[in-house]
Design a protein around this ligand. Structure first.
Ligand code: MN
Length: 232
């Protein structure tokens, strides 16, 4: 096979205790914390899982800078738990089957061009330009499931700080859809495969970022995600 130009390398995310996780696809869940649905003007009781995607090369590995994106005046942070899949499957039925796909978890940020998202919602058009832009998926080091087991998350809070000020602080137990429920629901729409990442939604407290801001996202004992916003 002769490539007509060099193929772009895949995105990789470092794994705690060694190795790199090759990213295949990035799936995201919208409207997964009741208080965030309310702050965005929605009704949490009317919601079912909302799925959207980002391109795999939107990944920014933690510690690297994120350039302020073009075409927005309202870039928002959304701190999120990210689930990394080590196996694939489709049409999953049980929590056990869903759980068996999980390789590990990480702290992530679903960066959003909120002005474009509001315009898309109003016009009933897709969210791609609001969500799937370059550098829109910062992610921290992935912790393997065996090193950071599910029980560790029972009492864990997702905490987002901007310039050391706490902006989001919510228990993971306030998710509307649990991680296995998300995987089961997603597998009805897509055949999931190893290398897939799932951003599982953000709690209340989202807000704007400007160049110079320093963002830190922590979930329990997982390796924290840190990044800075720079001028374009
Ligand atoms: Mn989100």
């Amino acid at each position: 096979m002769s490539l007509v130009f060099d193929a772009h390398p895949p995105a990789f995310v470092p794994v705690h205790n060694g190795g790199m996780f090759p990213v295949r696809r990035i799936f995201c869940v919208g409207k997964n914390y009741a208080e965030h649905v309310k702050e965005m003007g929605g009704d949490p009781k009317a919601s079912s899982p909302v799925f959207f995607t980002k391109p795999a090369d939107a990944i920014v590995v933690g510690g690297n800078d994120v350039p302020y994106p073009q075409a927005t005046d309202n870039l928002h942070f959304e701190g999120e738990l990210v689930v990394a899949l080590g196996k694939g499957g489709r049409d999953l039925q049980s929590r056990e089957d869903a759980g068996s796909l999980i390789f590990g978890t990480a702290c992530g940020c679903d960066l959003t061009r909120r002005d474009l998202q509001h315009a898309a919602k109003k016009a009933g058009i897709p969210w791609d330009t609001a969500k799937g832009f370059d550098h829109s998926a910062p992610i921290g080091t992935i912790g393997r499931w065996q090193d950071f087991p599910p029980n560790d998350f029972d009492a864990a809070h997702l905490v987002t700080r901007v310039n050391d000020e706490v902006r989001q602080d919510a228990p993971l137990t306030s998710m509307i859809w649990t991680v296995p429920e998300i995987i089961i629901a997603l597998s009805k729409f897509f055949e999931l495969k190893s290398g897939d990442l799932i951003f599982t939604g953000t709690p209340e407290g989202v807000g704007p970022l400007v160049p110079g801001d320093k963002v830190a996202i922590e979930i329990g004992s997982l390796p924290p995600l840190r990044f800075s916003i720079t001028e374009t």
